[in-house]
Design a protein around this ligand. Sequence first.
Ligand code: GLU
Length: 424
Amino acid sequence: MSKAIVSSLYDSEVFRMACRQFDQAADAISLPDAIRDRTKYPRRCLAVSLPVRRRDGSVTVFEGYRVQHNLSTGPSKGGIRFHQDVTLGEVAALAMWMSWKTSLVGLPYGGAKGGVIVDPNQLSEGELEHLSRRYMQEMVNFVGPQVDVPAPDVGTNEKVMGWMMDTYSNHVGHVASAVVTGKPLSLGGSQGRREATGAGVAYLARRYLEDLGLPITQATVAIQGFGNVGSETALALARAGARIIAISDYTGGIHNPRGIDLARALEYVRTQRTLRDFDGGEAVTNEELLELPCTILAPCALERVITAANAPRLRCRLIAEGANGPTTNEADRILEERGDIELIPDVLCNSGGVIVSYFEWLQNLSNFYWDRDEVLTKLFAMLDRAKDAVEAQRRKFKFSRRLAALTLGIQRVADAKQSRGLFP
Ligand code: GLU
């Protein structure tokens, strides 16, 4: 009987949540003990101090992390988060989910995640650039096109990826586009990458509505989070004919049963930075938004927002997890017992982002660029394949959709580790 001997390095609510998901999936597929803990725990992590000179001449030291969970199936892959609540445990959980996600959709990658404890809204553009470059400088020996390939996540964007690519390229002495994905088009970014996650969430939500026999033109949608993922999901679903009745960001939400004018909301956010005081509907809190009656509820912000407290009160037909880890283990159990809400789990639902990141990396490595149609056609084909695999697994073993997705992802990682053997 093997037993992991591990410290409390990653211990946190969110890491325990990711571990409970893993344990449940590993039990469900009877993953042998000898491979279980190897597959479960992160391979390695790096914690760094990042001194940044501020506008007033003072210096602030920020703390940053990179957790590489799995490198057995290819270079590790995953975003970098800039957020004031980042913890090492959270980054580890997010890295774990990246492993199952890349594996589920069949990408030749492992899983990783990075984070810096910082509220990027409090930084000037110059400070943000300094911080981004310093982070990459510290990561130079830890990442690379064949080692670990970062990308955007909450609080980072293509501009940040551009600075990181430049920092890494300067260090190695040549253009190394493939070291990060989610870059500006001018630096080897891919057509369609910016909207990829939201486009994928919307595509899968539509496909699942079709399965339920519900027309998209009669669907109402509540979206928590109006960053890259939330806003692109909203736009894509609205274009398909759905009515977006609620949106929110960390300052609060807006509810308008007649439908929100997304173009106005986006313009408002562009000039005001947040949705605070946007007059396109009635103000609601983020908690109230989750419980609004709607067809599709898309949590597209942070982890652990659907909980034991609100799961019994949700009034949607379909949950599309644009965020990573939005549903706690207890809420999962409650939703399963209820049986009246379908759930598209995060590792499937938001995989469009990392799928197009993979396309970007391929284009960088081959120096041959695709047009937008090609990117989106290939993206939707991969999502269809992943969805079909999840549904087949679900039917075969009578699993929940989350368990079906996780067992597929975890099995592939475990199989690769098994085949590679233990060295030495
Ligand atoms: N941060 C995104 C995610 O959580 C994208 C990762 C990537 O493109 O590597 O899936």
